[in-house]
Ligand binder design. Structure first.
Ligand SMILES: Cc1ncc(COP(=O)(O)O)c(C=O)c1O
Length: 439
């Protein structure tokens, strides 16, 4: 194969059958669409190229910067594409929770601006999410920028309607699969592919997968975040199911160790979600069926993600004191304290106030006298046992009070006699007009 440009290598990814001895389905042929084999490493190569292409030459002539809101694969693909044209690329994102990705983007020459929002994805339903405000600014006037706008740009979906979908049909000898399974981030890939498959066969069943709400799977939304955003249209999916981070990692392990497919967490989530969904149908089938799931990207960028959640897979002792080991009953029994009571408590008993948010959020506004231990670091600290003296009470604070409540429950289980979680988090504290200071 000889190509004039690396962009000619985008697309035409293989459809590979998963060995039935691995997935155990007796009547369903399960195929993986290996989007991880795109040249920049993910399904987003197609969308990034299709979205940025019309603006790149003008950007090069007019000294404009390509800009996107992405903490992962779209930013990676756009960095490389912008670099091809000698154009700068900037990504603006809420905290990047996969450290390898931040380093990689910097190495690729991207400018990375991290904002203090909570979610990985754009959340237009939140009026004070800084990422959303930035998005609104860019949508109003993108002077000096080529804004690819992956959450709203129809070209994101079109890339998959023109490429990924037709390739699947061609590789199945002109037929659509009976089932199509994809994780949902911007919804571009699932919507584009689903549209084309249904044109071939309106009966195709589309399963969209999102992360369980207490979990984080890099690249996709949680069930709470998925509604009403950008390209997402509920009508695209016959069924939407959730996958936990543990299931995503289990799927990664199976694909890597048994199938020769070194997939990232969303590939693992798609495999686990597909097999779980299809298993029930398989038991009643008498005819053969076909199912396709998307393997979005590769395993290598997610070592710290795995280390944090499943250290045993990397030859390290399993975490004893992790949120994953918390029972629902323990989590529900955490002691919360509202803003007014917390203010009084701080004045009287001087608890140690620990702010679990990102350093950016903390620097912008925090409770006077609080210390900042970002949640990931806090999780690691707890592996060594209780990191504070039992003689001083502790108040934990996070953005909305959910994570701090879980950590409060964990510290209680670890033997701390008086740990409380700031109910409603720093947002409720701020909304109540309680004092906050800037770094
Ligand atoms: C690793 C990974 N998996 C899945 C997706 C979801 O793809 P889409 O945005 O097309 O819904 C993304 C999107 O960024 C991703 O980065």
């Amino acid at each position: 194969m000889r190509l004039d440009s690396i962009t000619d290598a985008i697309g035409d990814t293989p459809l590979v059958r998963v060995d039935p001895a691995v997935h155990g389905l007796r009547h369903i042929d399960l195929y993986a669409k290996l989007e991880m084999l795109n040249p920049f490493g993910s399904v987003k190569d197609r969308a990034a190229w299709h979205m940025v292409r019309p603006g790149l030459t003008a950007a090069a002539d007019g000294h404009r910067t390509v800009v996107e809101l992405s903490s992962g694969n779209t930013a990676k693909a756009l960095s490389l594409l912008a670099g091809l044209y000698g154009v700068p690329f900037k990504t603006v994102t809420n905290r990047i929770r996969v450290p390898e990705m931040r380093d990689l983007l910097l190495l690729l020459g991207a400018e990375v601006e991290e904002l203090p929002g909570q979610t990985e994805c754009l959340d237009p339903t939140s009026t004070d999410d800084p990422l959303t405000l930035f998005h609104q600014e860019l949508t109003g006037s993108a002077d000096g920028y080529v804004y690819t706008d992956q959450y709203y740009n129809a070209r994101n979906t079109e890339a998959h309607a023109a490429g990924t979908g037709p390739e699947i049909v061609a590789d199945l000898d002109g037929r659509a699969p009976d089932h199509f399974v994809a994780c949902v981030g911007t919804a571009g890939s699932s919507s584009g592919v689903a549209r084309v498959l249904r044109e071939h066969d309106p009966g195709v069943h589309v399963l969209g997968l999102v992360a369980h709400k207490a979990d984080f799977i890099p690249g996709i939304r949680t069930i709470d975040e998925v509604q009403g955003v950008g390209l997402f249209d509920p009508a695209t999916y016959d069924t939407i199911e959730t996958v936990t981070a543990d299931e995503a990692i289990e799927g990664m392990v199976t694909l890597a160790r048994r199938c020769g497919m070194p997939a990232g967490p969303t590939g693992g989530a798609a495999y686990t979600g597909a097999v779980r969904h299809l298993r029930t149908l398989d038991a009643e089938l008498t005819e053969r069926r076909t199912a396709v799931f998307i393997v979005c990207d590769r395993i290598e960028s997610y070592l710290s993600y795995v280390r944090q959640r499943r250290p045993d897979l990397l030859g390290r002792p399993a975490h004893r004191n992790s949120l994953a080991t918390l029972t629902e009953a323990e989590a529900a029994a955490a002691t919360g304290i509202g803003t007014e009571d917390a203010e009084r408590w701080i004045a009287q008993d001087e608890p140690l106030v620990v702010d679990l948010r990102s350093p950016f959020s903390y620097a912008a506004l925090h409770i006077d006298g609080s210390v900042n231990i970002v949640d990931e670091l806090f999780a690691e600290l707890l592996q060594g046992g209780l990191p504070f003296s039992k003689s001083r009470p502790v108040l934990l604070a996070c953005p909305v009070g959910e994570q701090s409540a879980r950590y409060a429950a964990l510290l209680t289980r670890m033997g701390h006699p008086d740990v409380r979680s700031l109910a409603g988090g720093i947002i409720a504290w701020r909304d109540a007009g309680a004092p906050l200071v800037r770094e």
